[in-house]
Design a protein around this ligand. Structure first.
Ligand SMILES: [Zn+2]
Length: 430
């Protein structure tokens, strides 16, 4: 069961406001909810991409899981540890003037909700932690590949045997280790004994308030898919500890993770728009003429920014595609359209979807609606009622590098300028 609650997923331009992150709720709410957070620091993609994959590719069969993949979205967009300083040092005291005041207060109140029984914060740390100095990248001052707790136990809290539980996670990680160099360790920061930095962290805020908290660090020396691999092994172990049953639709191996990350971005659904992302630059995309962008994406790590009239679609730390907008007003005249696929009987297809055809498609004519097959024809005219094969569309208008996916836009015909209704993608499978 998937229950999506998004505080906010519309990130527009640089006017992106602070105090906004996505909260994705999986499973059925109960009093034993695990909260997983990623992206408290913007330059730790292993952590926030793991959280995002958890939110998007896992199904909770029993129990309740909350995921916040993008705690510090402005810093994620800038690939910065913290555009306004380190957010993870703002949980003891924060100035009213701090631009991150709202987001810090929001995540605090989320942690304090009575239903939250465990917090797992995902980070990427440098090098590989070793209790004794081995070399520059493997020593006690490194934070890569560790499970962190603030103290051994938290009396009275659910899952309060912090050290015992963290050791189970360390053992599980080490049973799945890809290379002996990656060996995981437990690190107890003994925060209340006077670790000045850790006293200000989100984890310790949870501990102070009687909530079990754990942090998982994956090494920045590892490729992203291996960091995600380790993070998800750890998260799965915490879910098991909390008795939460789950399913995922990919194999938890470095290769499986890589494939899942790629697939997750293959088609991006943003309100009326569909983007097929592997192509680095798209052509003209209609945008609402009221100046607002209807860009409500279903992916928490996706955001839009604008530089000199060109729009950038960000995914986490990277810009994945750019486009130039053409402004239109929106219409809600239809939400589905008849399409004949490969000479079959016409069927209705909801706008905002991708259809797959072997060799041809025909948009069924609809009163008042103009179909525009991008890359076919040169004049503004309705292109419904025409059997379209791939060779009739100019390949440079494709949405993908393999030149198999094209878009069809639908407009309400008006006396003045036509209004944009929506779009579909057509993939030629052969
Ligand atoms: Zn971190």
């Amino acid at each position: 069961m998937r229950n999506l609650t998004i505080f906010l997923t519309i990130f527009i331009f640089s006017s992106y406001a602070y105090g906004e992150f996505s909260l994705i709720k999986l499973g059925v709410d109960d009093n034993n909810t695990v909260l997983v957070t990623g992206g408290i620091q913007g330059d730790e993609p292993g952590g926030f991409m793991s959280a995002n994959l958890l939110a998007r590719k896992y199904e909770i069969i029993s129990g309740s899981l909350y995921v916040v993949p993008n705690l510090n979205m402005p810093s994620i967009l800038k690939k910065s540890r913290g555009v306004n300083g380190d957010m993870n040092r703002k949980f003891d005291k924060i100035s009213d003037k701090d631009p991150e005041k709202d987001v810090v207060e929001q995540i605090k109140s989320l942690v304090l909700q009575p239903n939250i029984s465990m917090l797992v914060n995902l980070h990427d740390g440098s090098g590989f932690y070793r209790p004794k100095y081995i070399n520059q990248m493997m020593n006690p001052n490194r934070w890569g590949n560790i499970v962190i707790i603030d103290q051994s136990t938290l009396d009275g809290a659910l899952y309060g045997d912090l050290e015992q539980n963290a050791n189970k996670v360390v053992d599980r990680l080490n049973s799945k280790i890809l290379d002996p160099k990656h060996k995981y360790h437990l690190r107890n920061t003994r925060t209340s004994d006077g670790d000045k930095e850790m006293l200000k962290s989100l984890s310790y805020f949870a501990i102070k308030n009687g909530k079990s908290a754990y942090a998982n660090e994956a090494s920045k020396s590892l490729p992203i898919n291996e960091r995600v691999y380790y993070h998800l092994i750890a998260v799965e172990e915490y879910l098991k500890l909390a008795g939460i049953e789950f399913k995922r639709d990919f194999e938890l191996t470095p290769q499986g993770v890589k494939k899942a990350l790629d697939e997750d971005l293959s088609v991006l659904v943003c309100g009326k728009f569909l983007f097929y992302l592997p192509k680095s630059r798209l052509g003209y995309i209609p945008l609402s003429s009221d100046g607002k962008l209807d860009f409500d994406c279903d992916n928490a790590l996706v955001a839009l920014t604008k530089t000199q009239g060109i729009y950038n679609i960000h995914y986490g730390n990277n810009i994945i595609t750019r486009f130039t907008p053409e402004f239109f007003e929106y219409s809600n005249l239809i939400d589905e359209i008849g399409i004949r696929i490969d000479d079959d009987e016409p069927k209705f297809v909801k706008l905002g979807q991708k259809i797959v055809v072997d060799s041809s498609f025909m948009i069924m004519p609809k009163d008042g609606v103009r179909a525009n097959i991008i890359g076919y024809g040169t004049t503004i005219s309705d292109e419904s009622g025409i059997k379209i094969t791939k060779d009739m569309i100019k390949s440079r208008f494709s949405m993908d590098k393999k030149e198999q996916i094209y878009r069809v836009e639908f407009y309400e015909m008006c006396d003045g300028k036509d209004k944009f209704i929506g779009m579909i993608l057509v993939e030629f499978a052969k």
